[in-house]
Design a protein around this ligand. Structure first.
Ligand code: FES
Ligand code: FES
Length: 230
């Protein structure tokens, strides 16, 4: 049988009756020495390989940090944008940092608060969870794109009329989410109760607790003719 270190097999012969109190017999000296030599050789090999491992890790880190870009085309608030984006850029960061559309807010950046809600092809999404590259070809509407010809969107007006905010940090996300939800109601010919509105808006957190007025605003818009228009 092959071994990874030099070792002599001890002669196996039936021992003469050992004394009852004898110490365990030590193994052959050569085996210990052979083992130590082999272990030293393995250790030296590992140490010799460490600089190569470190170099490989450094190269991998450098490659990972090097931005990879790609061209995309997006419609944002009715205007076509041709952009070259870092493939790691989120839609939220693209809007805020590259296009200066800062109405969409960054709250948690983890899809948990809804402050970054925008409409993509008519559906509400958390823009912090959407890579800009993945939105290639999409039609995006942000809070800045809801008003038309200087006239607020009915949901924007209703938030003002019903005091649907306090600090206002969540408000752009709440409004975009409400616009998307009313669009969903229109498409399914449904009328949402207050409980439905609360449930369907539950992804939008308001730390100020303006929920009763937000629901009142959404309810008011739902009762208008033409509700659900984007
Ligand atoms: S910032 Fe996107 S969900 Fe909170
Ligand atoms: S109005 Fe302040 S977080 Fe909603």
């Amino acid at each position: 049988m092959s071994r990874c270190y030099e070792m002599e097999e001890p002669e196996l012969e039936a021992p003469a009756d050992p004394p009852a109190t004898s110490e365990p017999k030590a193994g052959p000296e050569i085996s210990r020495r052979g083992f130590l030599k082999a272990a030293t050789a393995v250790g030296a090999g590992v140490v010799a390989g460490l600089p190569q491992v470190a170099r490989a890790q450094t190269a991998a880190a450098a490659a990972a940090s090097k931005p990879v870009t790609m061209p995309i085309t997006l419609s944002i608030n009715g205007k076509t944008h041709q952009l070259t984006v870092d493939t790691r850029t989120t839609l939220l960061d693209l809007l805020r940092e590259n296009l200066e559309l800062t109405g969409s807010k960054k709250g948690c950046d983890h899809g948990q608060c809804g402050a970054c809600t925008v409409l993509m092809n008519g559906c509400r999404i958390n823009s912090c969870l959407m890579l800009a590259a993945a939105a290639q070809g999409a039609e995006i509407i942000t809070i800045e794109g809801l008003e038309h010809d200087g006239k607020l969107h009915p949901v924007q007006q209703a938030f003002l009329d019903h005091d649907g905010f306090q600090c206002g940090y969540c408000t752009s996300g709440q409004i975009c989410s409400a616009v998307g939800m009313l669009h969903e109601a229109k498409q399914s010919a449904a009328t949402f109760t207050d409980a439905d509105i609360r449930e369907r808006m539950s992804g939008n957190i308001c730390r100020c607790g303006a929920y009763p007025n937000i629901v009142a605003a959404v309810r008011a818009v739902q009762s208008m003719s033409g509700a659900g228009a984007l």
